[in-house]
Design a protein around this ligand. Structure first.
Ligand SMILES: NCc1[nH]cc(CCC(=O)O)c1CC(=O)O
Length: 332
């Protein structure tokens, strides 16, 4: 696009910034509650609401408390949630069998929220790290994260989630070939309406630190995730990954982390036009919270500005721990 404009003073770009009414008229992007997915953490027990120390305002909740939170979120106008399980070291195993257990905390939460708040769009996490003794997203054999055996397990995990009432399956594992395998599994199990949002361009990032505390993976993780998550120096590779996952049947694609990767969001949306999401991850959230707690920034304004950045970059939606705060702010 090449804007045509007369020379100064015929053109004075400040004219269209002179009042809030005029600014509203020429505003190019908008953020609405319908754009947001709220990530939440579920754990075992009853009546438990346990703060995550590295994520102020974020809790690990037992299923009953999570149902209450889902009701409140729905009343606030939040339409979508993404469920992540917290697993203590004692419940982690090498064979990761908890991942496809229909009775694991995530699947129990799916069923309970589906029943209590039928209209809530429910998204899941597909990866082995929350059940794995060593904190990796795939099986580890002789120190190697193996691909194909992991994909078979991910399909089982996704099917258990679909059976429990998931609307959107969210593979965050970064194994090769998992989108096609999960799609085929869903079609074969008569879950043809269940969607897949691929964490297609997911970078090996230090911004996930607080999340790993939240799900109990920090102590468990041996080594790093660089053999499957992307090198943060790369951009073309993100495009190849997104194209591959769309061809394998992803309904929506995600870029992760968010704020330092808006260039990727923009490239993805303009290259493919597919439903594009960003994950404003735990470290991004906690940085804003920490600075605000110190009185160094205005939390609400930084929150809204950061989320509008995703819309401007071309994202259709954002996963953000700020979702309830945004809703409260928007509802006045
Ligand atoms: N596969 C696990 C997973 N799913 C979402 C996140 C990060 C989310 C966040 O930081 O908010 C991670 C962490 C990781 O890959 O180590």
């Amino acid at each position: 696009m090449r804007p045509q404009q007369a020379p100064f003073p015929a053109t004075r770009l400040r004219r269209t910034r002179q009042s809030e009414g005029v600014r509203a008229l020429v505003r190019e992007n908008a953020l609405s509650l319908g754009d947001l997915i709220w990530p939440v953490f579920v754990r075992s027990g009853e009546g438990v609401e346990e703060p995550v120390p590295s994520m102020p305002g974020v809790y690990r909740r037992s299923v009953d408390k999570l149902v209450d939170a889902a009701r409140e979120a729905s009343d606030l106008g939040i339409g979508a949630m993404c469920i992540f399980p917290y697993t203590g070291i004692e419940d982690r195993t090498e064979d990761c069998a908890g991942a496809w257990d229909p009775e694991n905390n995530a699947n129990r939460a799916l069923r309970a929220i589906r029943e209590a708040v039928p209209d809530m769009v429910l998204m899941t996490d597909v990866a082995l790290d929350t059940y794995n003794i060593n904190g990796h997203d795939g099986f580890v054999e002789d120190g190697i994260i193996v691909n194909d055996r992991t994909v078979e397990a991910l399909v089982k995990m996704a099917l258990a989630q679909a059976d429990a009432g998931a609307d959107i399956i969210g593979p965050s594992d970064m194994m090769d070939g998992r989108i096609a395998a999960i799609r085929a599994g869903l079609e074969g199990a008569r879950h043809s309406d269940v969607m897949i949002m691929s964490y297609a361009a997911k970078y090996a990032s230090a911004f996930y630190g607080p999340f790993r505390d939240a799900v109990g993976a920090s102590g468990a993780l041996t080594g790093d995730k660089k053999t499957y998550q992307m090198d943060y120096a790369n951009s073309n590779e993100a495009i190849r990954l997104i194209e591959r996952d769309l061809r394998e049947g992803a309904d929506m694609v995600m870029v992760k982390p968010g704020m330092p990767y808006l260039d990727i969001c923009h490239r993805v949306k303009s290259s493919f036009g597919a439903p594009t999401f960003a994950y404003q991850v735990s470290g991004e959230y906690s940085m804003v919270k920490a600075a605000a707690q110190n009185g160094w920034i205005d939390e609400d304004r930084v929150m809204m500005e950061s989320l509008m950045g995703f819309k401007r970059a071309g994202c259709d939606g954002v996963l953000t721990y700020f979702a309830p705060a945004v809703a409260r702010l928007m509802n006045g």
